[in-house]
Design a protein around this ligand. Structure first.
Ligand code: TXA
Ligand code: MG
Length: 368
């Protein structure tokens, strides 16, 4: 028997930013009726519903099979509507909005009464952002309500950066997908907790730590470099809904925390172990690295040049999904440093790998 409310027929509506608005108006009507609309943002596709309606928001959790403990981000068409979602906004929130909105920055503030608890895992706060994608803002403006939206994937799975990715996870579970082509940022928004002092990054994302620090000099990075005095400290501070395994394809993922020749040598050695057993291997590689494994029988997805982490971010999830479709025994990758977008990539690759990264052996570092 089908789950209650599923399947529905998923309408796919092509849209172009600034183009004919009929499709966006149709989607906005569905939002107003309490239905689910997947829509493009600059980061990833979102699974949207009327943020002011408990029933509508509950449909999001059902469609994604997501636990209620994982809070949703509320999306606005413009910063001017901030106080419809947040009870109060400190001057710093307005300064950040002025500098980074519309864009991939989510601010965690105290939740306003008009936003039901189900949006925020029952807690007193709410995540809010104004997306940069024109179609997203037009949808919200036409709906006339703030739109709650997680990434439009099944719970814990790799986020979608195209409408086809949305359908692969949610066809028959959402009422409509607005298809505006691939997302331009490719990794999710940075989540910044402004309810504490100093503010803390809960999830690194499209707005870099360095960019935030320019405006918020005391902002806390999500990583902790020194272990706590009472023993082993987690590398990442806990944030609601941020599971150790997340953003993950079905295949096993192994990520070496290194770059350059050391990382390539570790990947080649690991690939060889699987290939020797006759197993299929996938690898994510920079353009300039692809030849290192050429002829080895490894399925390679390139991510762009190493000096362009914006391109690497844009392509990461599509590449993971493409490799996953081959049902490999393992997908191998390495990290891209922790500067700039490298930090968001580090975080997503680590979680895709189930929460831990591999070190590289001393001989791979050229050390005795
Ligand atoms: O780029 C993005 O942020 C995309 C697009 C669609 O906007 N959305 C997205 O949503 O990635 P989602 O639900 O997949 O991830 C949101 C995460 C939650 O898992 C949680 O870690 C954090 O944001 N979050 C949301 N509300 C929060 C709150 N009130 N307090 C702390 N963290 C919160
Ligand atoms: Mg998500």
């Amino acid at each position: 028997m089908a789950e209650e409310g599923f399947p529905v027929t998923t309408l796919v509506l092509p849209v172009t930013p600034g183009g004919d608005s009929a499709a966006v108006e149709q989607a906005a009507r569905l939002v107003r009726a309490g239905r689910l609309v997947a829509f493009p943002t600059e980061t990833v596709y979102g699974l949207g519903a009327d943020a002011t309606s408990t029933d509508a928001v509950e449909r999001i959790f059902a469609a994604k099979q997501r636990p209620y403990s994982d809070p949703l981000i509320v999306h606005l068409a413009a910063a001017a509507a901030l106080l419809s979602v947040a009870q109060e906004a400190p001057p710093l929130a307005w300064a950040l909005a002025e500098r980074f909105w519309p864009g991939p920055l989510t601010l965690v503030l105290r939740r306003a009464e008009g936003i039901p608890p189900v949006v925020a895992a029952g807690g007193p706060t709410v995540g809010v952002r104004v997306p940069a994608h024109a179609v997203a803002r037009e949808l919200i403006a036409r709906a006339g309500v703030p739109i709650a939206a997680p990434s439009a994937n099944r719970f814990m799975h790799t986020s979608p950066t195209t409408a086809a990715h949305v359908l692969a996870d949610l066809d028959g579970r959402v009422d409509c997908v607005l298809d505006a082509g691939p997302c331009s940022v490719g990794v999710e928004s940075t989540v910044l907790d402004l309810t504490r002092d100093p503010p803390r990054i809960l999830r690194p994302g499209g707005v870099t730590f360095e960019a935030l620090r320019a405006l918020v000099p005391n902002v806390e990075a999500p990583t902790r470099s020194a272990p706590a005095s009472d023993g082993e400290a987690p590398a990442i501070l806990p944030a609601p809904g941020q599971l150790e395994r997340h953003y993950a394809p079905r295949a096993r993922v192994v990520v070496f925390d290194a770059q350059g020749p050391a990382a390539l040598a570790a990947i080649a050695r690991e690939a060889e172990r699987y290939l020797a057993r006759g197993e299929r291997v996938g690898a994510l590689m920079l353009d300039e690295e692809a030849t290192a494994l050429a002829g080895a029988g490894v399925h390679i997805q390139t991510l762009g040049p190493g000096d362009d982490l914006a391109e690497v971010s844009r392509r990461l999830y599509a590449a993971l999904r493409a490799l996953d479709e081959l049902a490999p025994a393992v997908i191998l990758s390495h990290t891209f440093g922790t500067s700039g977008l490298g930090l968001a990539l580090w975080d997503r690759l680590r979680r895709a790998a189930g929460g831990s990264l591999r070190g590289v052996a001393a001989e791979d570092n050229g050390q005795p």
